[in-house]
Write a protein that binds this ligand. Structure first.
Ligand code: PMV
Length: 326
């Protein structure tokens, strides 16, 4: 059996997925739109071999039981499709801190799905890969596609997949990520999704989400950065107000996250176009244009609560690599 390695990038949701209408199939309550981020990458090598008596999964140098068991469940899905019972060795590395709100499960499950399905000889279409990836992690469904991506909620497993709205060279948007903490977040997104419907504002969000997605797509098509940025920032705040008003409530922001949010608003007052957005975590994505990237980066690095910044730009979908991790 060949050893296969894939690189996949994480993404940042402009309009976010929150809540699931089917827990097991990971069917989202609503559609979402994101940008694939070249610079926030996972590389994963998979090998199936009769000599392996059990699956071994090492992520970022650790054999974390919870993470491994989620990955093994996904390997089971892929084995089932390939009618195989071979065990695997999986090694995965990220170019960015995991479990801090930077969607490492997105790039991780995309790389795992592409590598494992190819290693078992499955010849899946882009749509089938997206559907399979979604069952490992919702965000990963989008990370199976390229550039600017939409994931439709769908009413069944077959109709909930992602597709590229525009290729990566459609528009050069930059993302400066302010890392305010590298420690693991307390609550996983998986647990958070379960309480989404308990927020009194969830129904209101659902009423308006289709119109928001339509607007995001319009601004992406016409490359209206100011309008897109304002929409994305408002969406981030709406999303976090759902988190804060769910039961149990989720308060993800750290003091550093707030420091970055205020700094971004200040930059705008000075003519630097930048907009923040935050997932279920404390690290902050700051979207900007190439001409402002260096200024934004320098300003964020100067903040007392920012540990470091990471730079990302619009990326492609999963790519096979010839160099393996073991
Ligand atoms: O894919 P999950 O279960 O990690 O959900 C993450 C959802 C958000 O990152 C908060 C939003 C999104 O659409 O990426």
């Amino acid at each position: 059996m060949p050893k296969i390695t894939f690189k996949a990038s994480s993404d940042i949701a402009l309009i976010k997925y929150w809540g699931k209408k089917d827990e097991i199939l990971r069917l989202p309550e609503n559609g979402s739109v994101s940008i694939i981020l070249d610079g926030l990458d996972t590389i994963t090598t998979v090998e199936f071999d009769p000599q392996y008596k059990k699956d071994q999964v090492i992520i970022a140098g650790e054999e974390d039981r919870e993470e491994a068991s989620r990955a093994i469940k996904h390997l089971d899905r892929i084995r089932q499709l390939a009618h195989s019972d071979l065990r695997a060795k999986v090694i995965s590395q990220n170019s960015f801190p995991k479990s801090t709100g930077l969607s490492s499960s997105g790039s991780g499950f995309a790389a795992l799905t592409f590598a494992a399905s190819k290693a078992l000889g499955l010849n899946l279409s882009a749509q089938e890969l997206s559907i399979l990836t979604r069952q490992g992690s919702g965000t990963a469904c989008r990370c199976a596609a390229s550039g600017f991506v939409e994931w439709k909620d769908g009413e069944s497993s077959e109709s909930s997949y992602s597709h590229s709205l525009f290729p990566k060279n459609h528009w050069d948007i930059r993302d400066v990520i302010a890392v305010v903490d590298e420690g693991k977040k307390e609550i996983s997104s998986t647990a958070g999704h379960e309480s989404a419907q308990s927020s009194p504002f969830f129904a209101v969000r659902q009423e308006n989400i289709k119109a928001k997605i339509k607007l995001a797509k319009k601004y992406l098509l016409s490359k209206k950065f100011t309008q897109l940025g304002e929409l994305v920032e408002a969406e981030c705040l709406e999303f976090h107000s759902i988190l804060m008003t769910s039961q149990p409530y989720l308060l993800m922001w750290y003091p550093g996250s707030l420091q970055v949010m205020h700094a971004v608003r200040k930059m705008r007052q000075e003519g630097i176009e930048a907009y923040f957005t935050i997932n279920t975590g404390f690290n902050v994505h700051v979207l900007t244009l190439p001409k402002f990237e260096q200024q934004v980066n320098a300003r964020l690095q100067k903040l007392s609560l920012v540990k470091k910044t990471l730079l990302a730009q619009v990326g492609a979908g999963p790519q096979e690599l010839t160099k393996h991790l073991f």
